[in-house]
Design a protein around this ligand. Structure first.
Ligand SMILES: Cc1ncc(COP(=O)(O)O)c(C=O)c1O
Length: 464
């Protein structure tokens, strides 16, 4: 071991002490970490994470639903090393081949003429989208009215990121509290939740547009399937009707495919389940499988054209991120997409998703399981206190189920701090490369956790 290595190979207790002293972790109450410090992951391979002592966990959430091609791909490490040696950095005020090729690949995959603005995270990709739609309407306006349209309609329970603009479009009260007031001009409407409500949400969108005054509404943003908000899959007519309504009122449709892109739901892109094309689409996560931070905002040429104007004018997009279009990140993303295609991971996600849903089906017998739903390898199990009333399971009981899975060596997700009272949807979104045996292990862990932590009573079959 040389001196450089030694910093990375401190003993586990030493690392934990340094962690608790210096590192601020997301989404957790630090007061609780002393008794239960975060798992310190040392390496990963395929579907598994390992700590330095060799303990391993099945990563049933693919990082944060991003490691689509699985962990430990040396091919991607090689691409990164080669690109870093050749050209580690050049901003996109100039140009370079990896960014050009990635943009070309995205446009080819989407199949309609577009321009690709590259950034570093899902939040940034959405921020860019919001600025683009406002500037677009200020400069061109589809209806020819020019100025006036600035409102962005988003949905309750949707998530679009953590920066102030993206958070302003996030319809999850617990992510917003304490940071409000947020950016003006964001308005909310309901998202379909077929398990709990029969609301006609497309109609609700139309009403919202009309009540706000269509001539003030710039865009509507939605996730094709709400991910972190609880795996909410809309009825089949929802997205086609949304497209129609947006067209009718001159409202641009932004699809946030940060989670649903690149095979996660069993299609290359989530919107392809409904054959509806957006005006703007945002990507992150699976675009580079988490091997590098990278995101993209893809904008139809009709919208891009409104940014044309004299060189000394103000019509161009006045926006920059230093690392946007980073050569290493774009080179890695390009190869990552190649792997998704070469290994047929989109089809695999569809097939394994069906396999997982079939394997989960017997859990419907458990009285605290209200609903099981999924598309591809984006699967949710909604837990309830009581099936008849559908009252959401309490957050601490759901957390016990998650913890029990981790004790069995399987890391699953759960809605956390989203809509008040709704920390009850367990999420399974493993790498798209997961094997049948690993999928069985994942389901068996959830099954055991449910029966152990929420023992079935007289109203259901008991394992005890
Ligand atoms: C649908 C969706 N959009 C946007 C984001 C924000 O992405 P990031 O965390 O990369 O900023 C997320 C993150 O989970 C997301 O799930």
């Amino acid at each position: 071991m040389n001196d450089q290595d030694s910093e990375l190979t401190a003993s586990a207790p030493e690392l934990t002490a340094l962690d608790l002293e210096n590192l601020w972790h997301p989404l957790v109450q630090h007061r609780d970490l002393a008794g239960a410090p975060p798992r310190c992951i040392d390496r990963a391979e395929g579907s598994y994470l390992y700590d330095a002592a060799g303990n391993r966990w099945l990563d049933a959430v693919a990082g944060i639903w991003c490691v689509n091609v699985g962990h430990g791909r040396s091919e991607l490490a090689d691409v990164a090393r080669e690109q870093m040696s050749r050209l580690a950095f050049a901003p996109l005020t100039m140009s370079h081949e990896p960014a050009i090729r990635l943009a070309t690949k995205l446009v080819d995959l989407l199949g309609y003429p577009s321009k690709v603005y590259i950034s570093n995270s899902g939040s940034e990709a959405n921020e860019a989208a919001f600025k683009i739609v406002r500037q677009y309407h200020a400069q061109a306006g589809r209806d020819g009215s020019g100025l006036g349209r600035y409102k962005i309609i988003a949905r309750y329970r949707g998530y679009h990121g953590n920066t102030l603009g993206a958070l302003s479009a996030t319809g999850q009260a617990e992510r917003r509290m304490g940071y409000e007031p947020l950016v003006p001009g964001f308005v909310f409407t309901s998202a379909p939740d077929p398990y709990r409500e029969e609301t006609d949400c497309a109609k609700a969108l139309e009403q919202t547009i009309l009540r706000e005054g269509a001539e003030t509404v710039a865009a509507f943003i939605m996730e094709p399937i709400i991910a972190g908000g609880g795996i909410l899959i809309p009825p089949d007519d929802y997205l086609p009707r949304v497209r129609e309504i947006c067209d009718r009122y001159g409202v641009l449709l932004i699809l946030d495919e940060v989670v649903t892109g690149f095979g996660r739901t069993g299609k290359m892109f989530g919107h392809q389940h409904w054959e509806v094309e957006p005006d703007i689409i945002t990507f992150a996560k699976g675009i580079a499988s988490g091997y590098m931070p990278l995101a993209a905002t893809v904008v139809r040429n009709e919208i891009f054209d409104a940014f044309s104007g004299p060189a000394d004018g103000m019509n161009h997009f006045r926006h920059i991120n230093t690392y946007a279009g980073h050569p290493v990140a774009t080179a890695v993303a390009l190869r990552n997409i190649e792997i998704v295609e070469r290994e047929g991971l989109v089809d695999r996600s569809a097939k394994m998703g069906e396999f997982v849903l079939r394997a989960l089906a017997p859990l419907k017998a458990h009285p605290n399981v209200g609903d099981i739903r999924g598309r591809g390898l984006l699967v949710g199990v909604e837990l309830v206190e009581d099936r008849a009333s559908r009252e959401p399971l309490s957050a601490d009981k759901a957390a016990r189920v998650v913890a029990h899975c981790a004790e069995q060596g399987v890391i699953i997700g759960c809605t956390t701090n989203t809509t008040p009272g709704m920390s009850n949807v367990v999420i399974l979104a493993p790498p798209l490369t997961i094997s049948e045996e690993e999928a069985r292990t994942m389901v068996a862990a959830l099954d055991a956790a449910l029966y152990k932590e929420l023992p079935a009573n007289d109203s259901g079959p008991s394992r005890e």
